[in-house]
Design a protein around this ligand. Sequence first.
Ligand code: ZN
Length: 306
Amino acid sequence: MTPGNPLIAAIEAGGTKFNLALGTGPDGLRATARIPTTTPGETMAAVLAWLEQASLEHGPFAAIGVGSFGPLELDPAAPHYGYITSTPKPGWPFTDVAGPLQRRFGVPLGFDTDVNAAALGESLWGAGQGVDPLVYLTIGTGVGGGAILNGRTLHGILHPEMGHLQVPAPIGLSGEAVQCHCPYHDSCLEGFICGPALAARWGAPAESFAPDHPAWLSVADTLARGLVSILTILSPRRIILGGGVMHAPGLLPAVRDAVARHLNGYLQAPALLDPEGQYIVSPGLGDQSGLLGSIALGQQALAASR
Ligand code: ZN
């Protein structure tokens, strides 16, 4: 640890597991851990205990960064700042995540969505370096999107919830509109292309589908419609697609093709027209975008406190 690059505690809070790290960046990870997401009390107690032990072994940390599943309250002036709010995850609605960490450790804390954290990590150290605006989307157990604008994660009245973009329902093999799997919406991106939605539609887990399974062209088409909406609203200079579903061989090129098809020549930027180009890409940090981005959130909070 150098004075200019202090140790940061990073927490990537997910619906099935919390990933933890002490480190300074991609080349400076001192310790990592994975804690299953059970009840808020049990999980937060395990997080606090690990951070205390890790700081005894590796030295004190100067700030904490949290990238969490949401929805979240990100307004520091709001009474529930630092909370997970209206999540459908049982037991977790209105869970205070930032508060116990701040009370126990008393260091600056950065708090943002897991996907905004991932976007920040990719913009600093991954596939989005020097690219602004930047969008990061994950397609896995859920679908979420974060954005970097002018070097900061994008917030608004709440925060982006790109997984719930409204898209047309795909048409199934029987000619019927596919049923949306989202408990809140009747026609949203997550409800058609997240892992559980694919398993429900096709009757098997998505990771078991062969590369020529008809699911993939349908995923590519529906995802592309969502990406075209993102493109027309935010005009990002690059879109990074992460998450387990995107590990399917051939899916990324199929998404690029479908985006070009749905744009239909309307937007004429050279980067958009090159199907082999660097416009829609995989994460540069693999599956660590969110955890490393949480380090970056801690670094930003530390800088802002000085
Ligand atoms: Zn939805």
